[in-house]
Design a protein around this ligand. Structure first.
Ligand SMILES: O=C(O)c1ccccc1N[C@@H]1O[C@H](COP(=O)(O)O)[C@@H](O)[C@H]1O
Length: 221
Protein backbone atom coordinates (compact mmCIF):
# COMPACT_ATOMS: atom_id res chain seq x y z
CA UNK A 1 0.00 0.00 0.00
CA UNK A 2 1.36 3.44 -0.90
CA UNK A 3 1.86 6.01 1.85
CA UNK A 4 -1.24 8.11 2.38
CA UNK A 5 -0.49 11.80 1.86
CA UNK A 6 -2.55 14.60 3.38
CA UNK A 7 -1.93 18.14 2.21
CA UNK A 8 -3.33 20.49 4.83
CA UNK A 9 -4.27 24.15 4.99
CA UNK A 10 -5.30 24.61 1.37
CA UNK A 11 -7.15 27.87 0.89
CA UNK A 12 -7.16 28.67 -2.84
CA UNK A 13 -8.59 26.80 -5.86
CA UNK A 14 -5.16 26.87 -7.56
CA UNK A 15 -3.28 25.18 -4.74
CA UNK A 16 -6.16 22.76 -4.19
CA UNK A 17 -5.89 21.74 -7.86
CA UNK A 18 -2.12 21.42 -7.58
CA UNK A 19 -2.45 19.07 -4.61
CA UNK A 20 -5.09 16.96 -6.35
CA UNK A 21 -3.18 16.76 -9.63
CA UNK A 22 -0.02 15.80 -7.76
CA UNK A 23 -1.90 12.89 -6.19
CA UNK A 24 -2.81 13.96 -2.64
CA UNK A 25 -4.98 11.33 -0.95
CA UNK A 26 -6.44 13.75 1.59
CA UNK A 27 -6.82 17.52 1.51
CA UNK A 28 -7.27 19.57 4.66
CA UNK A 29 -9.34 22.70 5.21
CA UNK A 30 -8.64 24.65 8.39
CA UNK A 31 -11.63 25.99 10.30
CA UNK A 32 -9.88 27.91 13.06
CA UNK A 33 -10.00 31.70 12.94
CA UNK A 34 -6.61 32.22 14.58
CA UNK A 35 -4.83 30.17 11.91
CA UNK A 36 -3.32 31.88 8.85
CA UNK A 37 -4.89 29.00 6.84
CA UNK A 38 -8.43 29.55 8.11
CA UNK A 39 -11.12 29.35 5.41
CA UNK A 40 -14.61 30.85 5.52
CA UNK A 41 -17.59 28.52 5.04
CA UNK A 42 -18.11 30.03 1.61
CA UNK A 43 -14.53 29.40 0.49
CA UNK A 44 -14.60 25.93 2.03
CA UNK A 45 -17.71 25.02 0.10
CA UNK A 46 -16.01 25.94 -3.20
CA UNK A 47 -12.76 24.17 -2.30
CA UNK A 48 -14.63 21.04 -1.22
CA UNK A 49 -16.53 21.00 -4.53
CA UNK A 50 -13.17 20.95 -6.38
CA UNK A 51 -11.85 18.09 -4.25
CA UNK A 52 -14.92 15.89 -3.93
CA UNK A 53 -14.40 12.44 -5.42
CA UNK A 54 -10.73 13.18 -6.12
CA UNK A 55 -9.37 13.04 -2.57
CA UNK A 56 -10.80 12.72 0.92
CA UNK A 57 -11.75 16.05 2.41
CA UNK A 58 -10.62 16.69 5.98
CA UNK A 59 -12.07 19.51 8.09
CA UNK A 60 -9.65 20.61 10.82
CA UNK A 61 -11.19 22.11 13.95
CA UNK A 62 -10.05 23.03 17.45
CA UNK A 63 -12.52 22.38 20.29
CA UNK A 64 -15.42 23.21 17.99
CA UNK A 65 -18.98 23.16 19.32
CA UNK A 66 -21.88 21.34 17.65
CA UNK A 67 -23.20 24.48 15.99
CA UNK A 68 -19.85 25.13 14.28
CA UNK A 69 -19.47 21.47 13.27
CA UNK A 70 -23.00 21.48 11.83
CA UNK A 71 -22.06 24.47 9.65
CA UNK A 72 -18.94 22.68 8.45
CA UNK A 73 -20.95 19.55 7.61
CA UNK A 74 -23.53 21.60 5.75
CA UNK A 75 -21.06 23.74 3.78
CA UNK A 76 -18.15 21.37 3.13
CA UNK A 77 -19.50 17.86 3.81
CA UNK A 78 -16.05 16.56 4.77
CA UNK A 79 -15.11 12.88 4.74
CA UNK A 80 -13.15 13.34 7.97
CA UNK A 81 -13.06 15.63 10.99
CA UNK A 82 -9.58 16.37 12.34
CA UNK A 83 -9.84 17.37 15.99
CA UNK A 84 -6.79 19.38 16.99
CA UNK A 85 -7.84 20.72 20.40
CA UNK A 86 -8.28 19.14 23.81
CA UNK A 87 -11.35 17.08 22.89
CA UNK A 88 -11.97 14.30 25.43
CA UNK A 89 -12.80 10.68 24.48
CA UNK A 90 -16.42 11.43 25.47
CA UNK A 91 -16.55 14.43 23.15
CA UNK A 92 -15.10 12.35 20.31
CA UNK A 93 -17.76 9.70 20.83
CA UNK A 94 -20.46 12.38 20.80
CA UNK A 95 -19.11 13.93 17.57
CA UNK A 96 -18.83 10.57 15.79
CA UNK A 97 -22.39 9.66 16.73
CA UNK A 98 -23.92 13.02 15.96
CA UNK A 99 -22.15 13.72 12.67
CA UNK A 100 -21.60 10.14 11.46
CA UNK A 101 -18.16 11.08 10.17
CA UNK A 102 -14.80 9.45 10.98
CA UNK A 103 -12.60 11.43 13.34
CA UNK A 104 -8.86 11.87 13.45
CA UNK A 105 -7.61 12.98 16.87
CA UNK A 106 -4.39 14.98 17.05
CA UNK A 107 -1.88 14.57 19.89
CA UNK A 108 1.00 16.96 20.53
CA UNK A 109 4.18 15.01 21.28
CA UNK A 110 7.33 16.24 23.01
CA UNK A 111 8.23 13.36 25.31
CA UNK A 112 7.28 9.73 25.81
CA UNK A 113 4.69 10.61 28.48
CA UNK A 114 2.68 12.48 25.86
CA UNK A 115 1.80 9.12 24.30
CA UNK A 116 0.01 7.89 27.43
CA UNK A 117 -3.33 9.62 26.83
CA UNK A 118 -3.75 7.88 23.48
CA UNK A 119 -4.96 4.59 24.93
CA UNK A 120 -8.08 6.40 26.25
CA UNK A 121 -9.10 7.01 22.63
CA UNK A 122 -8.76 3.39 21.47
CA UNK A 123 -11.87 2.26 19.64
CA UNK A 124 -13.14 5.86 19.51
CA UNK A 125 -10.73 7.72 17.20
CA UNK A 126 -10.63 6.34 13.66
CA UNK A 127 -7.10 7.62 13.23
CA UNK A 128 -4.48 9.13 15.51
CA UNK A 129 -2.45 12.10 14.29
CA UNK A 130 0.94 12.83 15.83
CA UNK A 131 2.06 16.46 15.76
CA UNK A 132 4.75 18.33 17.69
CA UNK A 133 3.51 19.67 21.02
CA UNK A 134 2.76 23.39 20.92
CA UNK A 135 4.08 25.68 23.67
CA UNK A 136 1.56 26.23 26.51
CA UNK A 137 0.89 29.83 25.43
CA UNK A 138 0.52 29.09 21.69
CA UNK A 139 -2.48 30.78 20.09
CA UNK A 140 -2.60 28.16 17.31
CA UNK A 141 -2.17 24.57 18.56
CA UNK A 142 -0.62 23.19 15.37
CA UNK A 143 0.70 23.97 11.93
CA UNK A 144 3.89 25.34 13.48
CA UNK A 145 6.38 23.69 11.14
CA UNK A 146 8.16 22.17 14.14
CA UNK A 147 9.07 18.49 14.26
CA UNK A 148 9.33 16.28 17.33
CA UNK A 149 11.67 13.41 18.10
CA UNK A 150 10.33 10.73 15.75
CA UNK A 151 12.22 8.04 17.67
CA UNK A 152 9.52 8.34 20.35
CA UNK A 153 7.22 6.44 17.97
CA UNK A 154 9.62 3.54 17.43
CA UNK A 155 8.07 0.25 18.52
CA UNK A 156 4.72 1.89 19.28
CA UNK A 157 1.97 -0.73 19.41
CA UNK A 158 -1.13 1.22 18.39
CA UNK A 159 -4.29 -0.62 17.39
CA UNK A 160 -5.48 2.43 15.49
CA UNK A 161 -4.02 3.69 12.20
CA UNK A 162 -1.84 6.75 12.65
CA UNK A 163 -0.62 9.69 10.63
CA UNK A 164 2.63 11.58 11.19
CA UNK A 165 2.84 15.38 11.04
CA UNK A 166 4.81 18.25 12.49
CA UNK A 167 7.54 20.00 10.54
CA UNK A 168 7.61 17.59 7.62
CA UNK A 169 8.93 18.73 4.25
CA UNK A 170 10.42 17.20 1.12
CA UNK A 171 13.86 17.21 2.71
CA UNK A 172 12.97 15.15 5.80
CA UNK A 173 9.89 13.10 4.96
CA UNK A 174 11.83 10.03 3.77
CA UNK A 175 13.79 9.94 7.02
CA UNK A 176 10.54 10.43 8.99
CA UNK A 177 8.86 7.51 7.20
CA UNK A 178 11.91 5.36 7.68
CA UNK A 179 12.28 6.12 11.41
CA UNK A 180 8.63 5.83 12.40
CA UNK A 181 7.28 3.26 9.94
CA UNK A 182 4.36 5.67 9.38
CA UNK A 183 2.06 4.77 6.50
CA UNK A 184 0.43 8.21 6.39
CA UNK A 185 1.86 11.74 6.50
CA UNK A 186 0.40 15.22 6.84
CA UNK A 187 2.08 18.49 5.88
CA UNK A 188 1.26 22.18 5.99
CA UNK A 189 4.16 24.56 6.76
CA UNK A 190 6.70 22.52 4.78
CA UNK A 191 4.90 23.27 1.52
CA UNK A 192 4.57 27.02 2.07
CA UNK A 193 6.50 29.95 0.59
CA UNK A 194 5.55 32.08 3.62
CA UNK A 195 3.35 31.25 6.60
CA UNK A 196 -0.12 30.38 5.33
CA UNK A 197 0.78 30.72 1.63
CA UNK A 198 1.12 27.41 -0.19
CA UNK A 199 3.78 26.96 -2.86
CA UNK A 200 2.68 24.73 -5.77
CA UNK A 201 6.26 23.59 -6.50
CA UNK A 202 6.76 22.54 -2.86
CA UNK A 203 3.43 20.66 -2.85
CA UNK A 204 4.51 18.69 -5.93
CA UNK A 205 7.99 18.05 -4.53
CA UNK A 206 6.62 16.75 -1.24
CA UNK A 207 4.29 14.26 -2.91
CA UNK A 208 6.94 13.18 -5.43
CA UNK A 209 9.37 12.52 -2.58
CA UNK A 210 6.87 10.30 -0.76
CA UNK A 211 6.06 8.41 -3.97
CA UNK A 212 9.80 7.91 -4.63
CA UNK A 213 10.17 6.52 -1.11
CA UNK A 214 7.27 4.14 -1.79
CA UNK A 215 8.85 3.01 -5.07
CA UNK A 216 12.14 2.31 -3.36
CA UNK A 217 10.33 0.27 -0.70
CA UNK A 218 8.16 -1.59 -3.24
CA UNK A 219 5.06 0.12 -1.84
CA UNK A 220 4.07 2.07 -4.95
CA UNK A 221 0.53 2.11 -6.37
O1 LIG B 1 -2.51 24.40 9.94
C1 LIG B 1 -2.92 25.07 10.87
O2 LIG B 1 -2.95 26.30 10.81
C2 LIG B 1 -3.39 24.40 12.11
C3 LIG B 1 -4.12 25.14 13.02
C4 LIG B 1 -4.55 24.56 14.19
C5 LIG B 1 -4.29 23.23 14.47
C6 LIG B 1 -3.55 22.48 13.56
C7 LIG B 1 -3.11 23.03 12.38
N1 LIG B 1 -2.39 22.29 11.43
C8 LIG B 1 -1.98 20.95 11.59
O3 LIG B 1 -0.76 20.90 12.30
C9 LIG B 1 0.00 19.78 11.87
C10 LIG B 1 1.44 20.16 11.62
O4 LIG B 1 1.58 21.05 10.59
P1 LIG B 1 3.00 21.55 10.03
O5 LIG B 1 3.28 20.74 8.80
O6 LIG B 1 4.03 21.39 11.09
O7 LIG B 1 2.75 22.96 9.67
C11 LIG B 1 -0.72 19.20 10.68
O8 LIG B 1 -1.41 18.06 11.12
C12 LIG B 1 -1.71 20.25 10.28
O9 LIG B 1 -2.88 19.63 9.81
Amino acid sequence: MPTLVKICGLSTPDTMNTALEAGADMVGLVFFAKSPRHVSFEAASKLAAIARGRAEIVALTVDADDEFLSQIMEKAAPDWLQLHGSETPGRLREIRTRFATPVMKAFGIRERGDLEAISDYAGIADRILFDSKPPRDATVPGGSGKRFDWRLLEGLDLHTPFMLSGGLDAGNVAEALDTTGARAVDVSSGIEATRGVKDPALIRRFIETVRAFDLERGQAK
